[in-house]
Write a protein that binds this ligand. Structure first.
Ligand SMILES: [Cu+2]
Length: 110
């Protein structure tokens, strides 16, 4: 029972957290049919931002960007969080290494 209370308390804390912690600096990229959406993601320059990469495909993908210094494998039907920046204003290409022909996009810091 004590354990149950603890779980409930954690669940409550997690439910509340987005109201305070989640802000304009959190972004989402979705992979579907081996394509990223949005293909162009605008983020604020000179700030650290969080990108949740949702892989809606059943197969794994690797979110990769030399320019963003990120390389992360995301299992099928799963998601991963990557942190980037602070970025100078500009364009930073990224791609899905397992489906490079279709999975590509750009982060635009401005
Ligand atoms: Cu790679």
């Amino acid at each position: 029972m004590r354990r149950l209370f603890a779980s409930a308390a954690i669940a409550a804390a997690l439910a509340i957290a987005p109201l305070t912690a989640k802000a304009v600096d959190d972004f989402t990229l979705t992979i579907k049919d081996h394509k990223f959406s949005p293909a162009e993601l605008k983020v604020p320059a000179n700030k650290r931002v969080t990108i949740t990469v949702v892989n809606a495909d059943p197969t794994p993908e690797e979110f990769e960007s030399d320019e963003l210094k990120v390389e992360k494998i995301i299992a099928g039907n799963s998601k991963a969080i990557v942190r980037v920046g602070p970025l100078k204003p500009g364009r930073y290409g990224f791609f899905g290494e397992f489906h490079e022909d279709t999975a590509k996009g750009v982060v635009i810091a401005e």
